[in-house]
Design a protein around this ligand. Structure first.
Ligand SMILES: *[C@@H]1O[C@H](CO)[C@@H](O)[C@H](O)[C@H]1NC(C)=O
Ligand SMILES: *[C@@H]1O[C@H](CO)[C@@H](O)[C@H](O)[C@H]1NC(C)=O
Ligand SMILES: *[C@@H]1O[C@H](CO)[C@@H](O)[C@H](O)[C@H]1NC(C)=O
Ligand SMILES: *[C@@H]1O[C@H](CO)[C@@H](O)[C@H](O)[C@H]1NC(C)=O
Length: 466
């Protein structure tokens, strides 16, 4: 309270007071949790990682923007357009994983023995509080992920994400129809609301699944990968690998439960329990003691295998299923470069909210994080320093930012992953000319036809269907 009062006394201008209060309120919504002791395995949770683990400075100040990272590529450059593709924020587990977690809890409660404090805590204090109706919904922390991200992006690109551009309808908001995505984009808009202190305007968003959940609409992907058990055989093989068996053995030892009772599914349930308790409640839960770093590396690899074969380079159609989003991105950038040459900018910002499954195929299509050798069940040890590491790429609220700058030599394009600049694969320049990027992707820009790529070959029709 003292901090707020002195801020109000010192600052006279009303809007400044409001802005300060809003910052304090935004911060307060985060600070009500005591600063947690991080679980030792917090950076291995893959798509269940907190955003703070890829940007640790946010742990101390969730609204901090590193100006030197987000600055224009040169002093003579000015940001003119932004397309942001963002994953939803922190969410509850899905029903399938809630059931697994409940099974592990029952087993530990009734069968485990030992004298450690953490085991005692699980058995006598912890309660199974996850219920089926939570099924993948956005949690309060997930709303904050997006409120805070909105605030930081507005601070990073003040000439683009501005109240004026918003009022002149130069900002567009699109989302997948899933409740966790719709709730995320609403929270993002709330963040802007608070940042600008606007009360008289109503934010709107468009639901667009053909854009943000294109993978559901790509028949060939659904048939050849999603509904095809053998497409993920590397994941299945890794479940029965020596490495996974050792994880199960170590978990069984810690619980003093027969090894045969700890299946891969249950070892993974412990991983989920640790990750969800941490991501949702900021707690270093007693469940985290069931696994050490070596175990976490193995379980992380299993998740990466799944993403690689289902959403990444494993199958060409995974990448190609994102052709529609790829073309939409360049259509927006092309329109911006046209507007810029011939008059006023009509749109300057697109905020598009989707899933890890939306971001990964697009990144793969564009050649990011491509390892020389494919990720295989038997190559765990050779892949220790792999590029395709989902903990780093797609934590909750992961974001791809494509920013077009007007510079003296022309338009330049810069790419940011999770608020850090990254070079395009094959272009040795942090902010190449937009033309250079277009040339680099010319093959995809001229082809990569969603309809053609996603159509099923006609021969699969059975006679009875004719
Ligand atoms: C900001 O980013 C630069 C460049 O990566 C880094 O050297 C610096 O330490 C960062 N500053 C803070 C306060 O994190
Ligand atoms: C979804 O977005 C695409 C590309 O911007 C657009 O062509 C299409 O009409 C949109 N669909 C809906 C249902 O709004
Ligand atoms: C399933 O996946 C395997 C391995 O990628 C592939 O050889 C097979 O053709 C796929 N089956 C179908 C029905 O697409
Ligand atoms: C994978 O590992 C196996 C066994 O360790 C090795 O023989 C093979 O060459 C490796 N393959 C790749 C693609 O790394």
């Amino acid at each position: 309270m003292g901090k707020m009062n002195s801020a109000m006394l010192l600052v006279r201008k009303r809007y400044f007071v409001i802005a300060t209060l809003n910052i304090i309120m935004l911060r307060a919504s985060y600070c009500k949790f005591p600063k947690p002791v991080l679980p030792a395995i917090a950076t291995y949770f893959g798509t269940k990682c907190r955003y703070e683990e890829v940007n640790p400075h946010l742990i101390d100040d969730v609204l901090f923007v590193n100006k030197s990272l987000m600055a224009p590529p040169a002093p003579d450059c000015r940001a003119v357009h932004l397309v942001a593709v963002i994953r939803h924020g922190t969410r509850y587990p899905t029903v399938k994983n809630i059931k697994r977690m409940a099974r592990l809890y029952e087993l530990v409660k009734t069968e485990a023995s030992g004298t450690e404090q953490w085991l005692h805590d699980i058995q006598s204090k912890w309660r199974m509080w996850y219920t089926d109706d939570m099924d993948g919904k956005l949690v309060e922390k997930g709303k904050n992920d997006h409120r805070h991200l909105a605030f930081r992006l507005a601070k990073s690109f003040p000439t683009l994400i501005s109240e004026e551009n918003f009022r002149r309808e130069r900002m567009e908001f699109m989302t997948s129809s899933k409740h966790r995505c719709v709730d995320s984009i609403k929270a993002f808009q709330e963040g802007l609301h608070q940042h600008w202190d606007v009360r008289d305007v109503r934010f709107i968003h468009y639901v667009n699944d053909s854009l943000m959940r294109y993978f559901d609409h790509c028949q060939r992907f659904v048939e050849e990968v999603e509904n095809n058990k053998t497409a993920l055989k590397e994941v299945e093989n890794f479940k029965s690998s020596v490495e996974m068996d050792e994880v199960r053995r170590r978990v069984a030892n810690r619980l003093q439960i027969p090894h045969s009772q700890i299946t891969t599914d249950l070892a993974e349930a412990a991983f989920f329990l640790c990750s969800y308790e941490f991501a949702i409640k900021s707690e270093n839960s007693p469940w985290c003691n069931l696994l050490d770093k070596m175990d976490a590396e193995v379980l992380e690899y299993k998740n990466d295998l799944k993403q690689y074969w289902k959403r990444g380079y494993g199958h060409d159609i995974n990448c190609k299923s994102s052709c529609y989003l790829f073309h939409d991105l360049f259509k927006r950038l092309d329109q911006a470069s046209y507007d810029y040459r011939f008059g006023e900018m009509t749109k300057v910002v697109s905020i598009q909210v989707g899933h890890a499954e939306t971001l990964l195929p697009l990144l793969s299509l564009m050649g990011f994080f491509k390892d020389e050798k494919p990720l295989k069940a038997e190559n765990f040890s050779q892949q220790q320093s792999r590029k395709f590491c989902s903990s780093q790429i797609v934590p909750y609220a992961a974001n791809l930012l494509f920013v077009l700058y007007e510079c003296s030599e022309g338009l330049r394009l810069q790419f940011f992953l999770n608020e850090k600049p990254m070079t395009f694969p094959g272009i040795n320049d942090l902010a190449p000319l937009y033309e250079t990027v277009r040339n680099y992707y010319s093959g995809l820009l001229d082809g990569c036809d969603f309809k053609k790529e996603c159509e099923l070959p006609k021969v699969t029709l059975k006679k009875t269907e004719l």
